[in-house]
Design a protein around this ligand. Structure first.
Ligand code: GLV
Ligand code: MN
Ligand code: MN
Length: 413
């Protein structure tokens, strides 16, 4: 069956979606439950309805667009990604996997394909951790990695709880207990995504098929020291919270660099101090730390080193520390049969492909816990992501979408 992909159409939808942003172009910012996030959801829902897909939304806002197969009792083949975006992002992260999947479904419909298994597009709630400090909120709940009781405790930086947000945004939404998928709900899951790294572009390879997804741990660390007048408090008397935090930011770097694994990476991405006045000693520092690896043992060893450093710094500087481990997830291994199927599908349509590791996390990290999963990576310019200048060419997106469509056809036949 000849499947044709209209990459111009995907690009035009990507451009339209990018205009729905909390910031001015080219910056895309769409934080969970912001006006832009809600508008973007409406935009995607409308496109799914135009395609005659049946829409469902669960109690945490995951959206499911369903193309019923001839044998609807069989577990569906699923694909999808996210449309939320971190502050100061670009227009491709997540979006390619949603709008590309829509075009894959359109292409299959145009070709006359009639699926035996149903095909379902999933748009996950909050892959990005911006509002609640925890990534993959929707897919964590779908797969049971985050219990409803834990989710209800989540609070954003303004002190507003997830339950308050849900009551406001989804007043009709049901009980969070209903979000978790039953076993064997899906037969397979594919996520199309930009690589967010430079390898495919450098090696001039069309498609990366993901075999392993690195595991993140996220820490929130607060130091409480003692403030005071920057002129009057003598140096031996200081308990400066910023300096305690600075020591930990450096310890994060060392723990990652000195790890036995080249895949260990550590970032202190948030560092806020109070009161934030030039002539006042900082009395409070809040750090958020992201630590990742494809191997759990080396990631957790680095985490342990950071804990030891926190303890040492509190003693040496006479400050208090509160360390919360927000998440500490295991890495995922993708399904070997799906990886092979994806490599073969690429070759069949004349594309070059290689296996690779995902160093970023994705909803697939959690979907892999519930059904056979893999990801399809396409090259992006200079490997740049999480920046407004993120870019993937329409050709690259079209190629990835074609492989996705082939796989949906194969797995749903
Ligand atoms: C997802 O956006 C990540 O931070 O890897
Ligand atoms: Mn991202
Ligand atoms: Mn993403």
């Amino acid at each position: 069956m000849l499947i044709e992909i209209d990459s111009e159409r995907i690009q035009s939808e990507i451009d339209q979606l990018a205009k729905i942003s909390e910031a001015s172009p080219p910056v895309v910012t769409r934080v969970l439950f912001s006006k832009a996030d809600l508008q973007a959801r409406a935009y995607v829902r409308a496109r799914c309805s135009n395609l005659d897909l049946t829409l469902r939304e669960d109690a945490v806002g995951n959206i499911f667009a369903h193309w019923q197969g001839q044998d609807p009792d069989l577990p569906a083949v699923a694909t999808g990604s996210h449309i939320d975006a971190i502050p100061n992002a670009g227009k491709y992260d997540g979006v390619v996997g949603v709008l590309g999947a829509l075009e894959a479904i359109r292409g299959l419909k145009r070709s006359g394909f009639k699926p035996r298994r149903s095909i379902e597009l999933v748009i996950f709630t909050a892959e990005e951790p911006t509002r609640f400090g925890i990534g993959c909120l929707g897919s964590r709940m779908l797969t049971g990695a985050l219990a409803p009781e834990q989710a209800l405790q989540l609070t954003d930086s303004a002190g507003k709880r997830l339950s308050d947000w849900l009551g406001e945004v989804y007043p009709q939404s049901g009980d969070l207990q209903s979000v978790r998928l039953v076993p064997n709900f899906y037969s397979a899951f594919f996520e199309l995504h930009i690589e967010q790294g430079p390898l495919l572009e450098r090696q001039r390879i069309d498609l990366g098929v993901v075999e392993q997804i690195a595991a993140p741990a996220t820490l929130r660390l607060e130091f409480i020291g003692e403030g005071g007048h920057a002129g009057a408090v003598l140096m031996p008397d200081r308990h400066d919270a910023l300096l305690a935090g600075a020591e930990i930011a450096l310890a994060v770097e060392s723990a990652a660099k000195e790890s036995q694994s080249p895949d260990t990476v550590g970032t202190t991405g948030v560092f806020r101090i109070e009161p934030g006045a030039v002539n006042s000693v900082p009395y409070r520092a809040l750090l958020e730390i992201d630590l990742r690896d494809t191997r759990l043992s080396t990631r957790d060893f680095a985490l342990q080193r950071i804990r030891e450093n926190v303890l040492a710094v509190t003693q040496r500087r006479g400050v208090q520390a509160h360390l919360d481990v927000i998440n500490q997830d295991p890495p995922a291994v993708c399904d070997a049969a799906l990886v092979q199927a994806a490599l073969q599908a690429a070759v069949r349509v004349g594309l070059s492909a290689r296996c690779m590791v995902s160093r970023a996390y994705h909803d697939s990290l959690f979907m892999a816990q519930t059904c056979p999963t893999t990801m399809l990576f396409i090259p992006c310019r200079n490997g740049v992501s999480h920046r407004p200048d993120e870019y993937a060419s329409p050709e690259a997106i079209g190629k990835g979408t074609l492989v996705l469509a082939q796989l949906l056809e194969q797995l749903a036949s």
